[in-house]
Design a binder for this molecule. Structure first.
Ligand code: ASP
Length: 336
């Protein structure tokens, strides 16, 4: 009977959802492949015809750009071969970054869903099977079409644009602070809260090697030396997670002026949520001054996501001199 069900393709990249241990003292490591994950989900074969591929078995901190671009191509191939939706399982530590990166390049209306687990498969109350089932259900749903990459965790669907890991270990780890969550699952079906928003056109695929883009958090007493060292060390752009609405010290501001003549410099907020300011504060090291020195404010875009956008723009062949404005525009376009 399952042959008449729509196809959802699942690929595994590793992460806690796949991690087991033969010796509790040694800790868990990735061992399960996609087929094993799919088999562990009660009722999965009743909702979709599942195909599985194992792409990587990595802790998510060790995923690289190329792993994700390969996963993207794999996902496109599954849709071309008839899958209604695609699910990637991976570690949650970098989920807010990988989802955002994939979303920048995902051109298809078909849902691309990312999920993982906060508890390993052998733990009491392991959440992986429920998350995988929910991810497949969201991947199948007509309301999910055209919404880009979604993260499904703990019966909540998040947009790649807004999702962040708000808790290191809790089962309810993910939040979408400013834009709000995309949907919650009710009795197995996603209930979306907003109509689809127009998405900015996808970036062109990388035409050059991925650049090194530094992410520097401005801290108390900081004079920006670390940002300067990054550029001297060959980083091609700098994202600064600024204090409050995107602010730095007097000394840091002076360094930004010098650095912005060499590489793109964009300023996000180091706060857990909220936008940078654009025209409120007039002191040295605040947004008006930093913009005059050649830096660009990221608005609502978090520092983690801004770093990926800058890297993807450069990799796609955007000229360094155009990157700051492109980030600012992208942030404005995706605010709602
Ligand atoms: N450390 C794990 C990882 O990101 C955490 C997880 O999967 O939840 O691979």
């Amino acid at each position: 009977m399952s042959h008449s069900l729509p196809v959802v393709a699942i690929a595994s990249l590793g992460g806690t959802i796949s991690m087991t241990s033969s010796d509790a003292a040694a800790g868990v490591v990735p061992t399960l492949d996609a087929a094993q994950l799919a088999r562990s989900v009660p009722g999965l074969s009743d909702v979709a015809t599942i195909t599985t591929s194992s792409l990587r078995q990595l802790p998510s901190a060790s995923l690289r750009y190329d792993d994700l671009m390969e996963a993207l191509v794999w996902a496109e191939q599954q849709v071309a071969a008839g899958a209604r939706g695609v699910v990637l399982t991976q570690g949650t530590d970098t989920l807010e970054e990988t989802a955002f990166l994939l979303d920048l390049f995902w051109t298809l209306p078909a849902p691309l869903i990312l999920t993982g687990a906060m508890r390993a498969p052998q733990a009491a109350g392991a959440d992986g099977p429920a998350n995988l089932l929910a991810a497949v259900r969201v991947a199948l749903h007509s309301e999910s079409v055209g919404r880009g990459v979604l993260v499904v965790m703990n019966d909540v669907a998040h947009y790649a644009r807004w999702v962040s890991k708000g808790d290191s270990l809790a089962v309810q780890a993910f939040v979408s602070r400013d834009g709000g969550v995309a949907a919650r699952l009710v009795e197995g079906a996603p209930a979306f809260f907003h109509a689809r928003q127009a998405r900015p056109g996808p970036l062109t695929r990388p035409v050059r090697a991925w650049p090194k883009v530094a992410l520097v958090t401005a801290v108390l007493g900081d004079d920006g030396e670390l940002a300067e060292m990054a550029v001297k060390g060959g980083y091609e752009a700098v994202v600064i997670a600024g204090q409050g609405a995107g602010h730095v010290s007097f000394a840091f501001a002076q360094r930004i002026g010098v650095l912005a003549e060499q590489v793109p410099v964009v300023i996000a907020s180091r706060a857990a949520g909220g936008s940078t300011a654009f025209q409120t504060y007039g002191y040295v090291g605040a947004e008006i001054d930093l913009a005059q020195r050649g830096a660009r404010m990221t608005g609502w875009l978090s520092a983690l996501k801004a770093r990926l956008l800058v890297a993807a723009l450069l990799a796609s062949g955007v000229a360094p001199g155009a990157v700051g404005d492109a980030v600012a525009n992208w942030s404005r376009l995706t605010r709602q």
